[in-house]
Design a protein around this ligand. Structure first.
Ligand code: SF4
Length: 406
């Protein structure tokens, strides 16, 4: 085996500078389920009007206090929905979180409520970043996903308006059969218009997402390797694609050894075709977005519109409700969250996998597709210990761990 250069060190996986057993890195609050859109992959199965049982403004402020109580650096608070713009107290909640030194991001829906005035107002109140969904590079593909005509054009206008008023923009794209061949054009669009990050979401069959045709495990490998290549030109990452962290480690090892990925990783025509459609892009390895070592219940916590606390928005098992128990207590002490933080409990291939300490697979997808939250991730094609450069992987993971420890 060829030894990796000890000087060729950069972080392949980011680790928070605190214990993920003690506090989360991200708190996602579904402020409402109300939304005017009917997206094909909606996790929340959004509804037209607000549920009277939603957390009230006072309960929302209490939740914000509990997020602040995790300490500094504060977890990032992401306000999602439904459409968070349906809450009349949204500006007040943002301003309150901001006054508690909590970084706030927003996931609005592209409806007529999403105006440049509203974006400016929310930015002034403390929103640092928004995410926008772009699932097609043209109106027909995107609007087919969203269920309503005109959403594509509105999304592009909101994207421009957000950048103009100084907000950071994350572009989210669901990878599914419907838009597979649009991925390169969407990547190019993100590169040319500008965004903080492009995040490719790998379907979890929950909510309305159960009706969408998802990719096979082999296709996911090809798409993830394509996302890795896109990452040379702009910050690109995955959502519910935890095995992307395994791909990043594999590609880093191969790159350092000067080995082409196609043969070793069994990448097929899809990988070649996606890259061919992307064409030449300026390679700037300094822009690569290093994936964060977080997963459902381990760095992540999701609060539903009625106060149920879940390890992820895609994992419909509540571990408690804020109306009866505190967020910190649920996060630190619930059996479900503690199980999810213990890689020794993983089953199937994830339980035997050498990449489990940095990957662990999507617990949400394992639950959605097998009914067992600790089972293997069915959308990962990797056979544990099959990557031929095991010594190099072990050394890289050791180097990473000691760099963070030191
Ligand atoms: S088998 Fe599981 S732990 Fe291993 S890379 Fe795949 S999803 Fe990750």
């Amino acid at each position: 085996m060829t030894a990796l250069s000890p000087t060729a060190h950069f972080h392949t996986i980011r680790h928070p500078k605190f214990s993920l057993s003690d506090r989360p890195f991200i708190v996602i609050w579904e402020v409402t389920r109300a939304c005017d859109l009917a997206c094909a992959h909606c996790r929340a199965e959004a509804i037209p009007s607000r549920n009277p049982a939603e957390l009230t403004t006072a309960e929302g402020r209490s939740l914000i206090d509990q997020v602040a109580a995790f300490g500094r650096p504060s977890p990032i608070l992401i306000l999602t929905g439904g459409d968070p713009l349906q809450r009349p107290d949204l500006r007040e909640l943002v301003a309150y979180a901001s006054s508690r030194h909590i970084p706030v991001a927003l996931s609005p829906s592209a409806t007529p409520r999403l105006t440049s005035e509203r974006l400016r107002e929310l930015h002034a109140a403390g929103v640092k970043a928004i995410s926008l969904s772009v699932d097609g590079a043209s109106a027909p593909v995107h609007d087919a996903f969203r269920g309503i005509a005109g959403v594509y054009e509105r999304t592009l206008r909101a994207w421009d308006a957000a950048l103009e008023c100084g907000l950071k923009v994350q572009v989210n794209t669901t990878a599914a059969r419907l838009n597979l061949w649009d991925l390169p054009a969407i990547a190019r669009m993100v590169l040319e218009r500008g965004a903080l990050t492009w995040s490719v979401f790998f379907l979890v069959p929950v909510g309305r997402g159960t009706a969408l045709a998802q990719l096979s495990a082999e296709e996911c490998e090809n798409v993830m390797n394509f996302v890795y290549d896109v990452g040379r030109a702009m910050p690109a990452k995955t959502t519910e694609g935890h095995h992307y962290k395994r791909v990043v480690v594999q590609r880093t090892v191969l790159q350092r050894l000067g080995v082409a990925p196609e043969g070793v990783l069994k990448l097929g025509r899809l990988y070649g075709e996606l890259n061919a459609r992307l064409g030449r892009v300026p390679a700037r390895d300094t822009t690569r977005r290093t994936p964060m070592d977080v997963n459902a219940g381990r760095g992540f916590v999701f609060v539903s519109h009625t106060g149920d606390v879940h390890p992820s928005g895609f994992l419909p098992i509540p571990a408690g409700n804020l109306r009866t128990i505190g967020l910190g207590e649920i996060y630190r002490s619930s059996r479900l969250f503690n199980q999810l933080r213990d890689p020794a409990l993983l089953r199937g291939r994830c339980g035997r996998c050498e990449f489990a300490p940095v990957c662990g697979g999507s617990r949400s997808r394992a639950y959605a597709m097998t009914g067992d939250v600790l089972e293997e991730d069915p959308l990962c094609a990797y056979a544990p210990l099959s990557f031929p450069f095991q010594n190099e992987v072990a050394q890289l993971l050791r180097d990473e761990a000691s760099a963070y420890a030191g």
